[in-house]
Ligand binder design. Structure first.
Ligand code: TXA
Ligand code: MG
Length: 320
């Protein structure tokens, strides 16, 4: 059931149920992070492997101290300037956080989502919410309540409808390494460039392989059911014989072959607009029965384009 009743959502979560929650990045599938039964239900509902840990959501960064051993000074600074917002911090957990949540890691992922309804909901709870993106494991992340309803509606008690997600890409995940460098584990809704001003060495460690540093970062992820090919649209469009091809292009300036169903991420070449649209458009093309194959082009590798290209490459990969 979809609705806007925050009190009702809170009552479900208090008795151990699951609720779809809006955030600025993507919709989450939330449960009481301190209740192992709720956490287990999240994994089951998503069909998510237990090696892929969950992010905890708080109303305010000041609440985090109760759950972690220590917070590096620089994270206080980054949080002060960017929270609530699309950034997730990896911190050493206290035993109060179950190994189930962190998949056995001594680090726990923490973020303050920037959405008024979810912040109001969190303010009513005396526990953090564990919430992965509210999609079946490996599929495209949801950016509207309806996306959640379609795929997980029968597995969760309620979906809070907070409108379409403003950012449209998952949060950027960071940690502080022992050598003092800032490590980016997942490029996301907060531009990596914005982290440069903190003056620490910056390392990107989201290499998608069988041993990714953020366990959920498998190469094939965010994937539509249909085959997606990434490359030059004009060359690709010619190469599928009788199959019906659809196009996902970046902007009006792209060279877009004529005569194919086409979605344009941002007619004006605005990477923010493209980020907001990318999951929704992938989903629409994937659901269209008139289409056999999706072809897409990369967006400029700058700003949010880093995260958009990361998602497109994973969506195009058939490697496990
Ligand atoms: O924007 C977001 O972060 C959204 C919204 C709902 O908040 N959530 C989200 O969660 O994207 P999920 O579960 O789809 O992705 C979480 C990823 C995991 O796959 C993993 O890569 C990383 O966060 N992660 C979580 N806990 C971790 C940990 N303890 N150590 C390393 N990586 C972790
Ligand atoms: Mg996810």
């Amino acid at each position: 059931m979809i609705g806007t009743d925050i009190n009702f959502a809170a009552s479900i979560l208090k008795r151990g149920g699951l609720v779809g929650i809006p955030t600025e990045t993507v919709y989450g599938l939330a449960g009481n992070a301190l209740d192992e039964q709720s956490v287990l239900q999240i994994f089951t509902a998503k069909n998510r492997p237990h090696f892929d840990p969950l992010i905890l959501h708080f109303a305010d960064f000041s609440e985090v101290e109760k759950y972690v051993l220590s917070i590096p000074e620089i994270f206080h600074v980054i949080a002060h300037e960017n929270c609530p917002g699309p950034i997730t911090f990896l911190l050493k957990k206290k035993p109060i956080i179950s190994d189930l949540v962190t998949s056995g890691s001594d680090l726990v992922a923490i973020r303050i989502p920037n959405h008024p309804m979810t912040l109001a909901l969190l303010a009513q709870l005396d526990f953090p919410l564990a919430a992965p993106s509210a999609n079946p494991f490996g599929y495209i992340s949801p950016t509207t309540a309806l996306h959640v309803e379609k795929q997980l509606g029968d597995k969760i008690d309620y979906i809070l409808d907070g409108g379409p997600c403003e950012v449209g890409l998952e949060s950027t995940i960071i940690s502080l390494d022992d050598d003092g460098s800032l490590v980016v584990h997942r490029k996301g809704g907060m531009e990596v460039d914005l982290l440069k001003k903190y003056g620490l060495p910056l390392r990107i460690n989201d290499l998608s392989n069988s041993k990714p540093s953020a366990p959920g970062m498998l190469l094939s992820h965010y994937a539509p059911r249909k085959k997606l090919y990434l490359g030059n649209l004009e060359e690709l469009a010619e190469s599928f014989g009788d199959q019906k091809v659809a196009i996902l292009a970046f902007s009006d300036k792209s060279f877009i072959p004529k005569g194919y169903p086409t979605k344009i991420l941002s007619p004006d070449s605005d990477l923010r607009e493209a980020a907001k649209n990318v999951f929704n458009y992938l989903r629409l093309l994937d659901e269209d029965e008139e289409i056999d194959v999706i072809i897409a082009e990369e967006v400029p590798e700058e700003g949010l384009g880093l995260a958009i290209n990361d998602r497109l490459r994973r969506a195009a990969s058939s490697e496990p």
